[in-house]
Design a binder for this molecule. Sequence first.
Ligand code: FES
Length: 155
Amino acid sequence: MPDAALDLAPLDSILDEFRGQKGAVIPILQRTQETYGYLPAEALAAISKKAGIPLSRLYGVATFYAQFRLTRRGRHLIKVCDGTACHVRGATKIVEGIEDALNVPPGGSDPDYKYSLEIVYCLGSCGLAPIAVVDEKVYGQTNAENLIERLKELD
Ligand code: FES
């Protein structure tokens, strides 16, 4: 993770935009996440220092809302369902296949941050089990081989 080289300059314009606005923590964090793809610890420390917002408050908000991420995510988010219906129809093989073929551990990212893999529990489409969602695209009745082929085609 290139945290050492993190460019903190974009934070100045974000903080300028919300200067003097009390309670702007959420939009500040949203803009920061849009800029970096997640909320890097260095960025939160800089926001705290520059805007005078206690770091504990920034982390409190960042961890309360599901929209915020404190770790870097790959360019493509793969969600594999391992709810009951998907599990009995082979979700484990899909997860293991992705991990082996693309070097993406469940709950993590590959070293190049091309993919991140999340395990979810029931996407509400059990009739399509096993199911995976890549970015916004749904792959129903899929298998490791097909899904990995589709994933490799992504930029
Ligand atoms: S268990 Fe996978 S969609 Fe319901």
